[in-house]
Write a protein that binds this ligand. Sequence first.
Ligand code: AMP
Length: 616
Amino acid sequence: MNFRELAEFFDKIEKTSSRLEMTSILSELLEKASAKDIKKIVFLCQGRLGSNYEKTESGLGEKMVMDAIAKTTGFTRKEIEKEFREKGDLGLVAEAFAEQKKQSALFSKELSVEKVFDNLIKISTREGSGSKEVKLKLMAELFNSASGKESRFIARIPLENLRLGIGDPTILDALAWNLIEEGKQNKEWVKQTEKEMQEKKIKEKEWKEEFERRIKIKLRENIEEKYNIHSDLGSIAEKLKEKGLNGLKEIKIQAGIPIRPTLAERLNSAEEIIKKLGKCAVESKYDGFRLQCHKEGKNVWIYSRQSENMTPMFPDLVKAIQELKAKKVIFEGEAIAFNELTEEFLPFQLTIQRKRKYGIEDKAKEFPLKLFAFDLMMLEEENYMKKPFIERRKKLKEVIGKGKTIELTKSIETNSSEKLDEFFDSSVSKGLEGIIAKDLNAKYIAGARKFAWIKLKRSYKGELTDSVDGVIIGYYKGKGKRTEFGLGALLTGIYSEKDDSFKSIAKIGTGLTEKNLSELEKILKKISSKKKPARVESNLEPDFWVEPKYVIEIRADEITKSPIHLACFKEGKGLALRFPRMISVRSDKKPEQATTEKEIEKMFEGQKTIKEETPD
Ligand code: AMP
């Protein structure tokens, strides 16, 4: 296809504001496209140069596009910049200047879709010294042969803003529409559809239209099912063009190609969840990032929730995945930064620092990740997506075992809302976000939000505004780099006026500088013992107990209920600090002047009144 023709289609799509009309123009375009071009055209419709999971940044900024316009039209950069400021869209600027070119184009040739696509691919893959000039030349070559309308779209593609508003669902619809004749030949669908329509008592005069509508839905569902396991609409369109519906059979789950992730519904209480699911699996909800891990032999791919390839960012995880026994596997999990020493999960703000292009190795050392695996989609040659969750989980356990870097999510099975609530509290008190309940019999529902997964999240608003003054009641030996300080984490308590004791509220490993560590170790050693001091109440056993003497200022994200800590203990649960960080030593305070149980209880209550649901 000539690019001129594609630009005409794009122009029509840009002008319409009706989705139905957009689908109809798109289906005409895809019908006209040859088998050779259709993949490229679908990618261009998505505003990309490759499938959803391929990285195709052009590396071309607005400045370079302006340079290319200047080079081919004879206008100055200043004139182009002025127009850009007014129009705010370099596509329109390129169009306007192309129509009033000051210089006639030498070697101008009709552009094919293939030529434009190839040049843009070359632009996106060129790197290193001299690449800027080459990119500019390739872009100028296109502008040189392009009409005004063509220039509009050529300028927009590398800037990744085609401004057509075509979403993947519209492309799926258009592909389905083009298969209607084949759909109407499918005896099983016809029989099924006719039966459904008779039951609904569809009137004679509406029959034909309704019949086509229902067949289109079936076509669309079949195509989407494949899209969900193979995030590459270009290849799907190509297969459909070559072989019609039969082409879909060739699209299979494959290591290296991301599956669209299943999504969680939300309910507000344990009771509602149990009412909906009955006996279910309940897993801790880790607040990190979701990763889909693929392995085939030594090859490993790691994809984000949006199917971006993140493999280079996580060398530690790649290594752990390579070490799994399975030859071929696709599984999912949540990665979260974890402090081995204090066994603390780190807040999302720290975990997110692992998403980076540079300094990867250093950050991997500073914030090692743990990957909590929660689902299995493929093992060796077998597709697990259609198997019930309980079976997938059992197999996942065999595959993952208990490694240092990868382990299974913590989980229980229950039909009791009290048990679910208890598990929720214990997850939250470990610094986690809540729980996800899972339907034991559900398949893996790719790309959709169904009640197979239901989340229940703690809700909170930001950081605790007040800091807490805690008393050091014990400490843990250092591991790894911290061995040299002899101290790795502190166990702290608050003061109970009622019974003149110190009750545990937080284990803290964060916020301690090397200087703090060695200084604290020196002073704490003097008052340490292997026996719990009389006035201390704690279920946690530190490596050394210390006489309650030193007060430290602590900041935390919030106060949560906890089955582990004993502060404000009531009905089997105490209160704990979530994500505690040491701020300073309060040498001005005596231990009895630390924050009291009463105060903590008040802070906890106050927190409830400002609670707001955090956005997803
Ligand atoms: P949300 O992002 O709030 O809709 O919750 C769903 C997300 O929770 C998933 O996409 C995962 O990234 C994350 N998650 C954390 N722990 C789990 C788990 N045990 N099972 C499934 N998803 C989890």
